[in-house]
Design a protein around this ligand. Structure first.
Ligand SMILES: Nc1nc(=O)c2c([nH]1)NC[C@@H]1CN(c3ccc(C(=O)N[C@@H](CCC(=O)O)C(=O)O)cc3)C=[N+]21
Length: 292
């Protein structure tokens, strides 16, 4: 039977470390500030934003949510970003995805100050990630959280074969860069990858990361014995339950370790967002993170 990777527990560890660092920063007169912009009333987004707000408050971070109506104009959102860029009490800005069609999400991401870009979606930060630049810059929190999960689970990456399913800018693409930087050989699969090729590659994968939102896409027979499976998918079923992309019960018999949904990657995303907020605040105030 596979080891179940407890994302909640590892996220708790990250959050405890963040809370400790925030306490030390506050003692020096600095409270990290996180602003979350949300447009419209999408119920899933509302839940995530509320969870982020609650987690930030618990860690001692000054969290602020800016809610705009669905029909808000692009210039209003743009001006708000400019205002937050200038606001010295704000260290991190997040624009919750998705946004309504009158708003150009890429344009908004580019407008966020690269030094406050807590999602790592500003093209400057994406460019640094893909160039594997040295030094600190923000990286998307779901992929960064997955790297923490893998490290905490002591999964070796150097020389290993990793298959990523899904090429979104939120998950698949940054993961490709992060895993390659750890000297893994990485295949990035997508909707035009044939079923046959997907099956063949999955059977050879040491690590599988599924981030498609297609329940049951990865079957037990696709997986290699002893592999590690990270399931990023979250789909709400008609009965209200959440499910990932992987047939969890079938996979459990084959693989060495697997993340559950819920309780796997989701809690890591939120914990890592807080971690990145503190890192940006430290950089902003020229504090050394290691000393915190
Ligand atoms: N700019 C931006 N940055 C994001 O990071 C971002 C975003 N937009 N838009 C939406 C996605 C989704 N996302 C999740 C965060 C936490 C859970 C989470 O905590 N999930 C729990 C379950 C929560 C539930 O019950 O619904 C779990 O998996 O255990 C899930 C999904 C961040 N996203």
């Amino acid at each position: 039977m596979a080891k179940i990777i407890n994302g909640k527990e590892i996220a708790q560890k990250v959050r405890a470390d963040v809370t400790k660092k925030v306490e030390k920063m506050i003692a020096q007169g600095i409270t990290p500030g996180l602003a979350v912009i949300i447009v419209g009333e999408d119920p899933a987004s509302q839940i995530y934003v509320r969870n982020k707000e609650r987690a930030a408050a618990k860690a001692g971070i000054n969290g602020q949510t800016i809610q705009f109506p669905t029909d808000v104009s692009e210039v209003v959102v743009f001006n708000k970003i400019q205002e937050l860029n200038q606001d010295d009490s704000i260290d991190a800005i997040l624009l919750q995805s998705p946004v309504p069609s009158q708003i150009d999400e890429e344009k908004m991401q580019s407008a966020i100050d690269p030094n406050k870009d807590v999602d790592g979606f500003n093209p400057l930060n994406i460019g640094k990630l893909f160039a594997n630049r040295a030094g600190y810059y923000p990286v998307a929190n779901t992929p960064k959280g997955i790297m923490t999960l893998l490290a905490e689970t002591q999964v070796e990456l150097q020389g290993k074969f990793v298959v990523i399913l899904g090429r979104s800018i939120l998950v698949g693409r940054p993961l490709f860069a992060l895993l390659e930087a750890e000297n893994a050989t990485v295949a990035l699969l997508h909707r035009y990858t044939s079923d046959e090729l997907r099956h063949r590659l999955l059977q050879q994968a040491d690590v599988v990361i599924a981030a498609t939102g297609v329940p049951g896409l990865v079957r037990g027979i696709d997986l290699k014995a002893g592999s590690v499976v990270i399931d990023v998918g979250i789909t709400r079923l008609p009965d209200g339950h959440l499910t990932g992309d992987v047939d969890f019960l079938a996979a459990q018999d084959t693989v060495a370790a697997i993340t559950p949904v819920p309780g796997g990657v989701g809690p890591m995303t939120i914990a890592t967002l807080l971690q990145t907020t503190v890192e940006l605040a430290a950089k902003h105030h020229q504090m050394e993170l290691q000393e915190l």
